[in-house]
Design a protein around this ligand. Structure first.
Ligand code: CTP
Length: 427
């Protein structure tokens, strides 16, 4: 990133303080940082503290004669290799999605000749509001990239969910990826077989809380799901990855949304539709704890250990596959089996109502869970094929090729039946 220049647009939110740390980390890496602050941002941090870190004045006003003579909003946006909006409030996102330009931040963004990187931070209900989600989809369709928001506790009491500003390492990672992926997109020059398609992928385990410090989890690493999301992005798709807690970096060029529980994963998956393809790779916990303790459950001397009462979690794959309206064109499930792999997977295909199942043997001796390779069977109604042992990246790339082939053939069939209909109508 050395010698890159970033224009950081700081919106008004409690998370604005994280920008100070971000600027410091970027400067350490030799990145030149210029900052525009909205009026609201100045309620949370002062231009003085920001300019002490950037070694440059902070830009706040659209109509500042000095600025317009020396460095106007057009130059501010053109000089930067990347514009990062952090924290991006619901208001800033709405302005960007609708092309408003009534202050310096929104004018710079509208005048920009490159897509911005957007790091949202807001209350979970504001983030999940259909209006915000519409704006986010619009911005993605316009080429913007998103990092976060992350899921967790909010500054407001008793508020939790997706809406926290991505942490500084995640922001830096996204900046690195975006500046690198700009180069690779330019080098690639071709839009890819999944261009203009929206692919949703679930990945990783879910964590089901028992009390504030304990949870139920499983051994899924997320490697396979993350690899599929990355491969779909390389094939030109707009990809939304919804992941449970994993120790993996967000894949290049992918919008990654982090969740914890199965219920959150379902809610976010539904919010991200419509999609052309949905791949359900997450190892979703089948059960959650019926009564989660508000406080850490304590041992009681002489008493038996507490019994956990479990309740069924929603089946995300089945819920999406059985949608009457807005079902993705291709719904793909995974089957993690420890015996009778093909037989169980075929039953799962039927039971879940999906189009394909990718089945793998996850018994301990295979080392698939957490490992780097996988041997899978791709099962469709009436036929199946078994692939040799491949790295998880190669399984992902091969699956994405199959997906692209399938979408191209259904498009051809649709076009053919349209032209047959036209011929019949002429007669
Ligand atoms: N799945 C899901 N939601 C759940 C459980 C599973 O979306 N609550 C999805 C997984 O992402 C996977 C598929 O369903 O694509 C099969 O998951 P698997 O764990 O193999 O099957 P289960 O439905 O849990 O059935 P069983 O535990 O009986 O094998």
């Amino acid at each position: 990133m050395e010698d890159k220049s970033i224009l950081l647009i700081v919106g008004g939110g409690i998370a604005a303080y994280k920008c100070l740390e971000l600027i410091r980390r970027l400067r350490e890496r030799g990145v030149d940082v210029r900052v525009v602050m909205t009026k609201a941002a100045q309620q949370f941090i002062t231009p003085l503290s920001v300019s002490a870190l950037t070694n440059e004045r902070v830009f706040t006003e659209l109509f500042d004669l000095d600025d317009e003579r020396e460095i106007g909003h057009i130059r501010l946006s053109r000089d930067a290799d990347l514009i990062l909006v952090a924290p991006a409030t619901a208001d800033l996102i709405a302005k960007m999605a609708n092309g408003l330009a009534n202050d310096l931040a929104s004018s710079v963004l509208l005048a920009s000749d490159k897509p911005p990187l957007i790091a949202p931070a807001m209350n979970p209900q504001m983030w999940l509001n259909p209006a915000t989600q519409r704006n986010v989809h619009q911005l993605e369709a316009d080429g913007a990239r998103f990092v976060g928001p992350e899921t967790g506790e909010m500054a407001e009491r008793d508020e939790a969910g997706p809406g926290r500003l991505a942490e500084v390492p995640a922001l830096i990672h996204a900046i690195e990826e975006m500046t690198a992926s700009d180069r690779s997109t330019r080098a690639r020059g071709s839009p890819g077989p999944l261009f203009d398609r929206h692919v949703v992928v679930t990945s990783g385990p879910t964590h089901e809380p028992i009390d504030p410090v304990r949870y139920i989890a499983n051994r899924s690493s997320g490697k396979q799901g993350h690899a599929i999301a990355g491969a779909a992005a390389k094939a030109g798709a707009r990809v939304t990855l919804i992941t449970g807690p994993v120790n993996l970096p967000d894949p290049d060029g992918v919008k990654t949304i982090k969740v914890e529980t199965a219920r959150e994963m379902l809610a976010v998956t539904e919010q991200t539709l419509p999609a052309d393809v949905a791949v359900f790779c997450a190892a979703v916990a089948d059960w959650s704890v019926a009564e989660q303790g508000d406080q850490k459950i304590k041992k009681k001397k002489g008493k038996p250990p507490p019994a956990l009462k479990l309740v069924a979690n929603p089946d995300i794959l089945k819920t999406i596959a059985s949608r009457k309206k807005g079902r993705p064109e291709l719904v793909i499930g995974f089957a993690a089996e420890t015996e009778n792999v093909l037989q169980h997977a075929r039953m799962k295909l039927k039971r879940k109502g999906c189009d394909w199942i990718v089945a793998n043997d996850v018994s301990t001796e295979t080392g698939v869970m957490g490992g780097d390779s996988n041997s899978v069977h791709l099962i469709r109604t009436g036929r199946h094929e078994s692939w040799p042992e491949l790295s998880k990246e190669d399984v992902a790339a091969t699956l994405v090729e199959e997906i692209a082939r399938e979408l191209a053939s259904t498009k051809r069939t649709a076009a053919n039946s349209k032209s047959i209909r036209a011929k019949v109508d002429k007669r």
